[in-house]
Design a protein around this ligand. Structure first.
Ligand SMILES: Cc1cc2nc3c(=O)[nH]c(=O)nc-3n(C[C@H](O)[C@H](O)[C@H](O)COP(=O)(O)OP(=O)(O)OC[C@H]3O[C@@H](n4cnc5c(N)ncnc54)[C@H](O)[C@@H]3O)c2cc1C
Length: 390
């Protein structure tokens, strides 16, 4: 009988892993993907998402039925609520409130993290996702001044996109250290800092925000921001908190699978140490201090290891780089810059983004083809119906 792989969480890494495992090569796998969203709602590129949500959605919010590579994958739209490790089943609550166990031979945990208002594991349909994309954009569009709090890529890219999209607004970026992007190579910050200044972002190093007791990070706020580093409070029409307060989406898992911070413990082969039939990948997997397996495309390695485990062959090790790398500012009017771990930048000119990078490298190469809207083989209601089989 064909072994069944259940992918728990179909975000950036879950989708890529499902596509790889569904390929018709030996040993074949029956792949089931479980997701709180009816499609890929990427966790990437916050700045682009806030500033130009329609354009962001075109590339980053894609219903599952549009992925050709997922045609052999059964998707279940529901929330994972538990796992029975001995019985090898996960429990899923569907949108209609009913629940269904789903059996697995191998479980891949890819439920990611919760971060601010832009990455939440709530069970959502298309309309809710659209509303979540529009509301902060409209609030920012109406603001004459914006404070961004945070020193990571999400904060920096948001400040850049907001300043570029609404040049009439004052944009202030506050971060705690002497520089932002502390996990990137110093060269990366040097270059990004110049670009932020060029687009008019005012930089405020040495500011650590005091978090109010009521802080949830669930919305843009409007109250003055106080600093535990002693400076006078700062005010703006909208405050974006991008302070990297991520929480792993692992409330549905037993403590024996988790480390002391609630992330899934894994071996270098991406397996749970005490349960070799359980794998984890992406932001939820405690692979290394930066939890870098998503951006380093460990989906290929994980799919190889699942097949190798079924075939009794040796598994490969994940080797994380020590610095963050990748795009920081995302797509800008003059193109897309990608920073290597050594801080050197490689720039794709703007014209290549829509004509080469997205259609050929991302859609065709990475995702194995994405249908245009209206060109789908089955509607989302059919998907949700098919998902209620156990
Ligand atoms: C190809 C690629 C390129 C990247 N490039 C960069 C880059 O240039 N720069 C950079 O900084 N980063 C980059 N990243 C990394 C990226 O920022 C994040 O690390 C990535 O979005 C994390 O993916 P994930 O699958 O772990 O989480 P997510 O994409 O958040 O997916 C988790 C999914 O699980 C669902 N879920 C959670 N809990 C449940 C539940 N209980 N029941 C059901 N569903 C649930 C969530 O709703 C979500 O859909 C890249 C990642 C990839 C894959």
């Amino acid at each position: 009988m064909t072994p069944r792989v259940v992918i728990a969480g179909m975000g950036d890494t879950g989708v890529l892993t499902a596509i790889k495992l569904a390929r018709p090569v030996a040993p074949r796998c029956d792949v089931v993907g479980i997701s709180a969203k009816p499609g890929l709602v990427s966790g990437q590129e916050l700045g682009w998402r806030l500033a130009r949500p329609d354009n962001w959605a075109k590339h980053n919010w894609i219903p599952f039925q549009r992925f050709r590579g997922l045609d052999r994958v059964r998707t279940v739209h529901g929330s994972l609520t538990g796992v029975d490790l001995a019985g090898r089943t996960v429990s899923v609550v569907l949108a209609d409130g009913s629940s269904a166990p789903v059996a697995y031979d191998v479980l891949v945990i890819a439920t990611g993290v919760t971060n601010g208002f832009w990455r939440r594991p709530t069970l959502q349909g298309t309309a809710d996702i659209g509303a979540d994309l529009r509301a902060p954009h409209e609030q920012l569009a109406a603001a004459r001044s914006v404070i961004v709090v945070g020193g990571g890529a999400a904060a920096v890219s948001s400040a850049a996109h907001i300043a570029t999209t609404w040049p009439g607004a004052r944009v202030d970026l506050y971060f705690p250290g002497g520089r932002a992007l502390v996990d990137h190579h110093p060269r990366t910050w040097d270059r990004v800092r110049r670009r932020l200044i060029d687009v008019g972002v005012a930089l405020h190093p040495g500011h650590r925000a005091h978090l109010p007791d009521t802080f949830t990070g669930d919305t843009l706020t409007t109250e003055p921001v106080r600093w535990s580093t002693g400076q006078p409070p700062a005010s703006a029409d909208a405050v974006l908190w991008a302070i990297g307060r991520v929480r792993p989406n692992t409330g549905w898992l037993p403590p024996e699978l988790l480390d002391e911070h609630g992330f899934v413990r894994v071996t270098p082969q991406l397996q749970a140490p005490s349960h070799p039939e359980v794998f984890a990948i992406g932001d939820v997997a405690a692979t290394d201090p930066l939890r870098s397996s998503a951006r380093n495309r460990a989906d290929g390695l994980l799919a190889h290891n699942v097949r190798a485990a079924f075939a009794g062959k040796p598994l490969r090790r994940y080797r994380p780089p020590t610095r963050r790398w990748g795009s920081v500012l995302g797509i800008q009017p003059d193109g897309l810059e990608v920073f290597a771990p050594n801080g050197r930048a490689f720039r794709f000119p703007a014209w290549t983004f829509e004509r080469v990078l997205m259609p050929w490298i991302v859609r065709r190469g990475m995702y194995r083809g994405i249908r245009s809207e209206g060109q789908t083989t089955r509607g989302s209601s059919a998907l949700i119906r098919s998902s209620s089989r156990g």
